[in-house]
Ligand binder design. Sequence first.
Ligand SMILES: Nc1ncnc2c1ncn2[C@@H]1O[C@H](COP(=O)(O)OP(=O)(O)O)[C@@H](O)[C@H]1O
Ligand SMILES: Cc1cn([C@H]2C[C@H](O)[C@@H](COP(=O)(O)O)O2)c(=O)[nH]c1=O
Ligand SMILES: [Zn+2]
Length: 213
Amino acid sequence: MHAITRSGWIEVISGSMFSGKTEELLRRLRRSEIAGQSVAVYTPAVDDRYGEATIGSHTGRQWEATVVDNEGDGPLDILDDDPAEVVAIDEANFFSDALVEVCNALADRGSRVIVSGTDQTFRGEPFDPVPQLMATAEYVDKLQAICSVCGEPASRNQRLIEGEPAHADDPTILVGAEESYEARCRDCHVLLTGDRPEEERPFESAEADSTND
Ligand SMILES: Nc1ncnc2c1ncn2[C@@H]1O[C@H](COP(=O)(O)OP(=O)(O)O)[C@@H](O)[C@H]1O
Ligand SMILES: Cc1cn([C@H]2C[C@H](O)[C@@H](COP(=O)(O)O)O2)c(=O)[nH]c1=O
Ligand SMILES: [Zn+2]
C-alpha cells in the first residue's frame, strides 16, 4: 500500500494470448515473495488447462492459486475478505463485470491488485470485464505476441476450429491454447461472417433456430 494514503492500486496485464501475460504475472509474484509480502492468487474454475489449483504459463511455469467459481457474482465474495498485501487474479476475461467492483474494493482497502487477462475476444471485440479494469487501473501493460502468420507484433486472438478460422457466431467462451488459438496481427486475423449451413452452426444457434420453428 501507499505509505501516506494507505490505499492500494490496480495493475492490469493484458494483450493477446501468448503475449506473456502469465509469465509477467508470475514474475511480479516472485518479486513480491522476495520482498516478504503476503500473496494470494485466484483463478477462475472454467480454466483448468494447467490443473485445478494453479495458474500456469504457456511455457509451463506454475503458481498455486485458489479456484473461484466464475459463474455469477456471489463467489467473488471470497476475494473481498482477502487480507493479502498482493492479490492476483489470472484469466480475468472469464469473470463477470462484478470483478471490477471487487478489485476496486481491494485496492481501496490497501491491497496491490494485479489482474491478468486477454482484452479481445476471438472476434477482435473488447472482452469484458478486462477493458473496464484497464480503464479503472492505475497501471496498464498491454503486451503483444508474435503473429503466427507474418511475424509482426500480434494483438489479436485467432480462433481456429479444426484448423479453420472460427465463425463470428461461435460462442465467446472456448477454453484452450495452441490447439484452438493463434496470436495474430490485425492484418492476418480472419473472422468468418455471413450464413453457413445449419449442420455447421454452433450448438446453441441451431437449438435457438429449432425452437423458432
Ligand atoms: N506467437 C507467439 N508469440 C509469442 N510467444 C509465444 C507465441 N507462441 C508461444 N509463445 C510462448 O508463450 C510464452 C508466453 O506464455 P504466457 O505467459 O502463458 O502467455 P499469455 O498468458 O499471454 O497467454 C512466450 O514466452 C513463448 O515462449
Ligand atoms: C480469445 C478468446 C479466448 N478465450 C479463452 C482461451 C483461453 O482459455 C483464455 C485465454 O488464455 P491466455 O492465458 O490469455 O492465453 O481465454 C475464450 O474463451 N474466448 C475468446 O474469444
Ligand atoms: Zn500478421
